[in-house]
Design a protein around this ligand. Structure first.
Ligand code: BG6
Length: 482
């Protein structure tokens, strides 16, 4: 592998301190970063490397909720050079150009607002920073609809080859999400029971306790649908629904995911009311603490905003495998708990032989992404008893990944993604077509919501969303798992 340098734009931003540098720090501490990897931290602020490193350490201590060992910090910080670059100035990347070494692979990481992706690439090019081998990592969101994501992809494509563009969806770096592939394609009994003949429905819940975390300006323009469904929930849905890829090559996996997005039934004005519920949180209590409503969040600029902070969708994948199986998707901010889980609800048996009062509950597979990463399978077995000859009970087989003897902690998604980007493995990154097809489906859904004037229902912070979201699934004789 050629020698590699990492150049992070937006190095003084929130994401860098919360996720990117902590992930790199952990990788360095366990010896997984290449020995000679250098890191350039690029941002507008004027300061030297020492000042940047001190501030970064203070922020990381806060976010990682632990003291950082002096020796480990010394070894890590030695890799980091801070470079000031104000994009409003001509030749903004002159300093960077001098720092770069064209003989090495340059891995550019854009942790900046997406509006800066194109100007940064153009400036890198005109300042002579794109002469050597290179890759680029882009944070979401890639555009805010099909048209704008196409523009971003088009622009980046002028400077980087498609195979060198690594679009992040950090959910793909989560251990349990990767495990979904293994679970499905390394276990014959699961794989052979994975279709409409066995599965009644699928639920995907991504619930967060947090609100918008001081990001009003960004969030109010997008809402939960664009912020979470278009990317994270769509990726989870694809991994559940896709056909086995031929191999673990990025192209192979992406091709199968794209087929699923294309098979999603479009929701139009006529169907939207029965398939989508939107909500916005009002003041409430979470974990004993009072939290403000969305419109009272810090930085609120439009007190009448009807941006949704919750959305529930009943979706169908119209293909042979999933014909008639509803996928209930639900995601919201300010829910009672942080829960990300996928539920595979199996169908009831066609015929009961165990006598009156002894109904066998249908099997259920629960894939817990966070917290308590693991897998649960609800299975029916005989109650151990001489008195009742054949009395049934449901037991849960529980596989808790944290008990895996080989690890002392579950790695953060960004650790996996950094490693893969450094090693040139794009299989856990998102392809252009996936993003654009996902926007195509979300765009028509958003348009249908607008045309049908779909209400944004209020829900109390600390609840599981508007009552209409319960109805969405109750109507079909089913219920949410949590
Ligand atoms: C981000 C969204 O992509 O994912 C945030 O922009 C959200 O709004 C976050 O809070 C959730 O990520 P995780 O890993 O905490 O579930």
């Amino acid at each position: 592998m050629s020698k590699i340098d990492l150049i992070i734009f937006g190095a003084t931003g929130d994401l860098s301190a919360r996720k990117l540098f902590p992930a790199l720090f952990q990788l360095n501490a366990v010896g997984l970063l290449p020995d000679d990897l250098r890191i350039a931290a690029v941002a507008r602020q004027h300061q030297d490397s020492a000042a940047f490193q001190n501030e970064l350490r203070a922020k990381m201590t806060r976010y990682m909720r632990q003291d950082i060992d002096d020796g480990a910090w010394q070894a890590f910080s030695e890799r980091i050079a801070y470079l000031t670059a104000d994009f409003s100035e001509p030749r903004a990347f002159e300093g960077l150009q001098a720092w770069l070494d064209d003989g090495r692979m340059n891995l550019f990481y854009l942790a900046t607002p997406p509006s800066l992706f194109a100007p940064i690439c153009a400036q890198l090019s005109s300042d002579g920073c794109l002469n050597g081998p290179r890759r680029i990592v882009l944070e979401k969101p890639i555009g805010e609809d099909l048209a704008t994501s196409g523009e971003v992809n088009e622009t980046i494509g002028r400077y980087f080859d498609e195979q060198d563009i690594y679009r992040i969806d950090h959910y793909l770096g989560k251990e349990t999400v990767q495990n979904l592939l293994v679970l499905r394609f390394a276990n014959r009994f699961i794989n052979s029971q994975w279709d409409q003949s066995c599965i009644d429905h699928v639920q995907i819940t991504v619930a967060e306790k947090v609100g918008i975390e001081g990001r009003w300006t960004y969030y109010d323009g997008v809402g939960q649908l664009r912020d979470m469904v278009q990317n994270h929930l769509m990726q989870l849905l694809c991994l559940v629904a896709m056909e086995p890829p031929n191999s673990l090559e990025a192209e192979s996996i992406r091709d199968e995911k794209v087929k699923i997005v294309k098979a999603l039934r479009p929701l139009d004005v006529a169907s939207i009311k029965d398939h989508v519920v939107r909500g916005q949180y009002s003041q409430g209590v979470i974990g004993g603490q009072s939290v403000p409503g969305y419109l009272d969040e810090e930085g609120c600029q439009s007190p009448e905003s009807d941006t949704e902070t919750f959305v529930a969708i009943k979706a169908y994948v119209d293909n042979w495998r999933w014909s008639g199986v509803p996928f209930y998707l639900r995601t919201g901010k300010r829910m009672p708990d942080k829960v990300t889980e996928i539920i595979i609800q199996y169908k009831a048996l066609p015929h009961h032989i165990f006598g009156e009062g002894e109904s066998a509950e249908p099997n259920r597979l629960v894939i817990r992404l966070q917290p308590n990463e693991g897998i649960e399978m609800a299975m029916v077995s005989k109650r151990q008893s001489l008195k009742d000859k054949l009395s049934l009970q449901t037991h849960t087989l529980n596989f808790d990944f944290r008990e895996d003897a080989d690890i002392d902690r579950i790695p953060d998604a960004y650790e996996r993604l950094f490693l893969d980007a450094i090693n040139g493995d794009p299989s856990l990154f998102v392809g252009r077509e996936e993003i654009e097809e996902s926007w195509r489906w979300c765009d028509q859904l958003i348009k249908a919501c607008e045309e049908a004037r779909l209400t944004v229902n209020s829900y109390q912070a600390g609840s599981w969303g508007p009552s209409k979201s319960e109805l969405l699934i109750d109507r079909d004789g089913r219920s949410w798992h949590v």
